[in-house]
Write a protein that binds this ligand. Structure first.
Ligand SMILES: [Zn+2]
Length: 328
């Protein structure tokens, strides 16, 4: 019989350098896996590139690693990285064709890797974080749900009729774009975006695809176009803002198992009776988010809200069709 037991590090808050992040096995501190795959670091020259962590400390892509046992590393992480590497070599078509559950696991691992780094740091008595994630029960509940579905990396798992996240896969015009690699994540709203060459993937985790459906029209408009980097920035602002006002946490349930089962089946439930799915859209808050994303172009909030009913857009024309942007 296959062991389909899930690991729950949240039960005892077992975030240490001597427990595998994925299965919990006791390990020594030498057993680690990079948060960002080695191929990614090589391909985009990230090894010595600096990264700012939530507590404002600085690390590099090659230093950012998580405790991981040899078995999880060789059996689950490396094959996944190899598969994504191969898909990414084929550009947007390759990423589009990648199994969505795999893509979820790949992004989920990087997101969770930065989160685990944070949680391990918070156990250090010398570090006094301004905002301790581990002290927020609501956040911990979300992370716990998320880790349950992320374990599909290790434990064979079928999601009954959902994917635990939303994806937006976009193409940037290489002639207008200077950054070969870009990444951004937000721990609390669970958004992650990464750009590999001309392909950008934006993912909102733990929303069961709701944000993808909510922004479906926008995605349709942008699909098939090579976006100007400013259009990608606006797209990101819209997705990040949607994640910010997203107000529900899906629950996941494991179906009762039989002895001969070789995988788990998960069902999900979203309580949209006691909670609205989205908090109300606030134009000023959205404008803040957009201003932040448009920083490289120095576009200010006042410009964004010149027409308060229709905020500045680089993606949509007044009739909600695709806007061609050649130069900004
Ligand atoms: Zn392990």
């Amino acid at each position: 019989m296959l062991d389909l037991t899930l690991y729950d590090p949240f039960e005892k808050m077992q975030f240490t350098d001597t427990n595998c992040f994925l299965c919990g096995t006791s390990i020594t501190t030498e057993h680690r896996a990079p948060v960002f795959g080695e191929w990614l670091q090589r391909k985009y020259n990230l090894e010595n590139k600096e990264l700012l962590l939530l507590d404002k400390s600085v690390t590099t892509f090659s230093q950012l690693s998580i405790p991981c046992c040899d078995r999880c590393h060789t059996h689950y992480l490396l094959p996944l990285e190899a598969e994504v590497e191969q898909a990414a070599a084929a550009g947007i078509a390759g990423i589009q064709a990648l199994d969505r559950q795999k893509l979820f696991q790949w992004i989920g691992k990087m997101y969770y890797g930065t989160l685990v780094t944070e949680l391990i740091k918070e156990t250090d008595p010398l570090i006094m974080p301004q905002y301790a994630v581990s002290e927020d029960p609501k956040m911990l509940g979300k992370f716990r749900s998320f880790f349950q579905v992320l374990q599909s990396l290790r434990v064979p798992m079928v999601f009954s009729d959902f994917l635990p996240c939303s994806f937006f896969i976009l193409e940037v015009n290489p002639e207008q774009d200077e950054l070969p690699f870009e990444y951004q994540d937000e721990l609390t709203t669970m958004v992650f975006s990464i750009k590999l060459g001309s392909v950008a993937i934006i993912c909102t985790l733990l929303d069961n695809g709701i944000i993808e459906r909510a922004l479906g029209k926008l995605e349709q408009v942008a699909n098939g176009h090579q976006l100007h980097p400013i259009q990608l920035a606006e797209f990101k602002a819209r997705v990040f803002y949607a994640a910010y006002i997203f107000n529900v946490v899906p629950e996941y349930f494991i179906r009762p198992q039989k002895a001969e089962d070789d995988h788990l089946v998960l069902d999900t439930l979203i309580d949209d009776v006691t909670n609205e799915i989205f908090n109300p859209w606030d134009m000023t808050a959205y404008a803040h988010m957009l201003e932040e994303m448009l920083k490289p172009w120095g576009i200010r909030e006042s410009e964004i809200l010149k027409d308060p009913k229709q905020p500045l857009s680089f993606i949509l024309t007044e009739d909600n069709t695709f806007k061609l942007v050649e130069k900004v």
